[in-house]
Design a protein around this ligand. Structure first.
Ligand code: DGJ
Length: 566
């Protein structure tokens, strides 16, 4: 089944390469310096995901690109709303807007397509110099069929809903019917044809999310007679190989997990078929987002979460069933740091690039970008970024406006100013990143045998905490709420690129250097210009004596470490 996954990727690469007429997948590439979000003219390769030694990059115009996204609210997908979307994306400093395009919107009458919104969206994205991720709201949107056209919604004979365990009819459509899949596929393929026609030479659209938060609540699977018959059939060989199980039907092979695994297989196969057809037209990278299963409660029952969606426990099923889908991406709305970090860890896998498809827009979520990039993430796309006046509290911020954007714009400024450089270092080298845990506890970074680092929070920039054990000087304003983070990338054996927010990093010798004295050889503050590091000043004295302190302003440092003979 590993082979199956590789075959899927190979197939996609073949399609991509065939479309481009190039012979091999590029594993090295020139740095498209200074082109972080530039979207101004004809560009190179079609966007794609590349993989090397279990590390990933999203290639945009032939070079790695870090998605600093902002997702609009669900009903902002009409031209009249766009003037309220762009200012939020601009204030945020996002390089990518994520926007739904729904089936009901493009095919209100069967067989008649209307792409006027897509045309307006793509044209305005170019004017605003941002890329686009398009969300296909089709058979599933938060598991339900609310975005399918009326002619689908109201015809359950042709497009059946699934059957609950007690025999009642579920709200959700069943993934077991060719009629539904073919109809969804046709609309998706028409959308892809249109995107290719208007954007195939520009690549304003860089990724697609087929469907949205798939699965079903209230049932583990479809319990119809049709589904029951299929569950009595042999489990596909590729799945048996992945799970190292002897053959049998779904109940025999997967026991208590059979219902959920069967439903995951059915949905993943359904979407994979749609994506494969879309790719044959225009092979943009795709991801499916997950409404999460609680990472800290393995006993949670399927159906109390979205059963059949790409929850962490069925990622292997999805990887086998859906080789054309490159990314399974979490939607993160649990602000607790132990839960958030656990989910990131479950989705950052050798066979799955980490991409945060959604996250809350409350300030407390902004710091998590440091954990995402530290896990070699290719993008972060928090939800609810427009000024249409809607708030999805308690998932996101209570009031959302320009003030709410600020915590995000601070971190986006950091990574935006070195987008291509960071994405290349992440893909080709080594990166680390942590965000402040809820208890503000110190964190350690293992930077290899020679160097180590400690990250601490709630510190004044001057002095050491042991000087004030009773905290009579208090803490920096606003630091009671976790808001810090640090990211580090290796530039060479002894040199690191370091950035952060509301945090202190203190470097030290690693295990290979313990008999020698540690020193900060040189600390430069600077920025990138056309791919080249430009030094603005050297930090020394108070600025380095107590660790390297990042306050609220975006600062990037280049740090050279050394030792001396004691
Ligand atoms: C997750 C969904 O994927 C989004 O479209 C949206 O409904 C949020 N939940 C809640 O605002």
């Amino acid at each position: 089944m590993q082979n199956n996954v590789q075959m899927g990727r190979a197939l996609k690469n073949r399609v991509t390469r065939a479309a481009l007429g190039i012979a091999t997948v590029l594993l090295t590439f020139p740095l498209a310096a200074g082109a972080a979000s530039s979207n101004s003219g004809a560009s190179g390769d079609i966007p794609r995901i590349v993989q090397k030694d279990g590390k990933y990059a999203l290639m945009v115009d032939g070079a790695p690109f870090l998605v600093l996204g902002g997702q609009a609210n669900n009903s902002s997908n009409y031209p009249a709303m766009l003037p309220k979307v762009w200012p939020a994306i601009k204030d945020m400093g996002a390089n990518t807007l994520t926007m739904p395009v729904s089936w009901e919107q493009i095919e209100p009458v069967e067989g008649r397509f209307d792409f006027s919104f897509v045309d307006a969206l793509v044209a305005q994205a170019r004017e605003n110099n941002v890329r686009l991720v398009i969300l296909w709201f089709g058979t599933w949107k938060n598991t339900g069929p609310s975005y399918v056209p009326s002619w689908v919604k109201t015809d359950n004979k042709r497009f059946p809903r699934l059957t609950n365990k007690d025999g009642t009819t579920s709200y959700a459509l069943s993934p077991l019917y060719d009629t539904t899949r073919e109809a969804d596929k046709r609309a998706y393929v028409e959308l892809l044809k249109h995107i290719k026609a208007i954007d195939g030479d520009r690549h304003t659209v860089i990724m697609l999310q087929p469907e949205n938060e798939v699965g079903v609540y209230g049932a583990a699977r479809d319990y119809s007679a049709k589904a029951n018959t299929l569950m009595d059939k042999p489990v596909p060989a590729a799945l048996l190989a992945r799970y190292k199980k002897p053959s049998g039907n779904w109940h025999q092979v997967f026991g208590k997990d059979a219902d959920e695994f069967f439903h995951a297989w059915s949905i993943a196969s359904y979407i994979d078929d749609i994506v494969a057809a879309g790719e044959a037209v225009y092979p943009l990278p795709t991801y499916v987002n997950a409404a999460l299963k609680d990472p800290l409660n393995p006993d949670q029952a399927p159906g109390s979460y979205a059963s059949g969606g790409p929850t962490y426990n069925v990622i292997d099923i999805w990887k086998v069933a859906a080789p054309h889908i490159e990314i399974l991406a979490p939607d993160l709305y649990s602000p607790a740091s132990n839960s958030y970090e656990a989910t990131l860890g479950l989705y950052a896998r050798k066979d799955n690039p980490l991409y945060v498809a959604e996250s809350g827009n409350a300030p407390i979520y902004a710091r998590y970008i440091f954990s995402v990039v530290g896990r070699q993430g290719i993008g972060f796309d928090p939800f609810g970024f427009d000024y249409t006046g809607y708030s999805n509290y308690p998932l996101g911020a209570k009031n959302f406006g320009p003030e709410g954007v600020k915590p995000f714009s601070t971190v986006y400024k950091l990574f935006g100013s070195m987008n291509r450089e960071w994405a290349k270092l992440s893909y080709e080298g080594e990166v680390w990143g942590v965000s402040e845990p809820d208890d503000h506890a110190e964190q350690s970074l293992n930077l290899g045998p020679q160097w180590a680092a400690k990250v601490t929070y709630r510190q004044w920039e001057f002095g050491l905490p042991e000087w004030d054990p009773t905290k009579k000087n208090g803490y920096p304003e606003g630091s009671d709420v976790p808001r810090g983070g640090i990211a580090v990338a290796r530039l060479s054996d002894n040199e690191f690129l370091v950035t952060g927010m509301n945090a202190r990093i203190s470097f030290a010798s690693g295990v290979a250097n313990t008999d020698r004295g540690f020193l900060l050889d040189r600390v430069e503050e600077g920025h990138y210009e056309n791919g080249e590091w430009v030094m603005d000043r050297v930090w020394n004295g108070d600025q380095t004596d107590y660790g390297l302190n990042f306050a609220g302003a975006p600062v990037i440092l280049k740090v050279r470490l050394a030792t001396y003979q004691k």
